[in-house]
Design a protein around this ligand. Structure first.
Ligand code: GLY
Length: 376
């Protein structure tokens, strides 16, 4: 079988499928690249929960529960650290409107049986002394953690190689369709890679693969996120100990402190096509909002800026499992949750590829949910 796309989703699927005894290849000019190279790596099914997205919550919780073992297995096999840290997350309110919204979110968590704890502003600052004095309260979610997307991608590339996955380091430029079935791809080098089954895991380029018949996959739109990387001082205790997030002027802002001293600040949300330009306005807004949340941030060295493309399906939930084209499956459209959903996507797709049965956990996410409904 062939996986088109060597980002963390494609690599996860390839690795797990190879572990199930399948012969697996991956087509990608730069395996381990993609949106995870930019992403902050928050594992936040609870603090990123949106009203009406309960099925996605179930999937996210299932993936979060697998993360520690997934990361430990990768490290044991490859010797590479994934940067997985069980830090928890603090979502804070900067004014009384934010506080009302967070209180409603807290009540919603309660109705869903999710563990989150309401804290006063003073209690928030006791946990994170660098927070602005004006913080009005917050929610502590002890089970929303973090992983380093770059380290995770490197460990997945190594684990795939150890499991016998073959890498074709070139772009897939055409899906081959023979007798109404997917039959592999043609690469930019001209080589044809034949495959009994093909998995499309090419993020926001998935539906653009030439040769893909109309209507097989809905459009997966690119949603740009600009992200900053700063360096925290190591002396005098931690600058931040856990993920901190807030909604500032309607934008989701988060700060993710890594064990190695990197502080990731994200992210803008921009629908501008396949554009990954870092703009002065994007950097300004992130620094302005982060400064409101943690004023001391302006003292830190700014070491990197970048932009990635979240792959957004029409309903912002992933596309998992078989498509209307025989022998073509999808693993894409993970939007804001690609890093979080990597372990569960890998397991679900590997199950499907090994047994022909898609596990029930994936049933809300099959691509056919977008097929036109034919009246009975
Ligand atoms: N999950 C964080 C983001 O998409 O910005």
């Amino acid at each position: 079988m062939l996986v088109v796309g060597g980002g963390i989703i494609g690599l996860g699927v390839a690795w797990r499928a190879a572990q199930r005894g399948l012969a697996v290849a991956v087509a990608d000019p730069d395996p381990g690249g993609g949106a995870a190279r930019v992403a902050a790596g928050m594992l936040a099914p609870v603090t990123e929960l949106q009203y009406g997205e309960e099925p996605l919550l179930r999937l996210g919780m299932a993936s979060n529960e697998r993360y520690a073992a997934f990361a430990a297995e990768l490290t044991e096999l490859t010797g590479l650290d994934t940067g997985y840290r069980a830090t928890g997350t603090l979502a804070v309110a900067l004014d009384s409107d934010d506080r009302e919204e967070l209180r409603e979110l807290h009540a919603f968590h309660g109705r869903l049986g999710l563990a989150s704890t309401w804290l006063t502003g003073r209690e928030c600052r006791r946990l994170e002394p660098m927070l602005a004095p004006g913080v009005r309260g917050g929610l502590h979610v002890a089970d929303d953690h973090q992983v380093d997307g770059r380290r995770l991608a490197a460990a997945l590339v190594a684990a795939c190689a150890l499991a016998g996955v073959v890498f074709h380091r070139a772009e897939a430029v055409e899906l081959l369709v023979e007798d109404g079935r997917a039959a592999g791809v043609r690469l930019s080098t001209g080589e044809r890679v034949a495959a009994g089954r093909t998995v499309l895991a090419a993020g926001s380029r998935s539906h653009l693969l030439p040769g893909l018949p109309d209507g097989v996959l809905p459009a997966v739109r690119p949603v740009k996120g600009q992200v900053l990387r700063l360096r925290m001082p190591t002396a005098h205790g931690p600058f931040l100990s856990r993920n901190v997030r807030a909604v500032v002027r309607g934008q989701h802002l988060y700060l993710v402190p890594r064990a190695d001293g990197e502080l990731v600040v994200g992210a803008t949300t921009e629908e501008l096509g396949h554009d990954t330009t870092v703009t002065a306005g994007g950097v300004y807004e992130l620094l302005r909002d982060a400064h409101e949340l943690v004023p001391g941030i302006t003292e830190l060295p700014l070491v990197e800026t970048g932009a990635g493309l979240r792959p957004g399906s029409p309903d912002n939930a992933p596309l998992l499992g078989p498509t209307a084209l025989a022998d073509l499956a999808a693993a894409t459209g993970h939007y804001r949750n690609g890093v979080l959903l990597t372990p569960v996507t890998a397991d679900l797709l590997a199950d499907y590829l090994a047994t022909g049965e898609l596990p029930p956990l994936a049933s809300d996410f099959t691509p056919d949910r977008f097929a036109p409904k034919v009246p009975a």
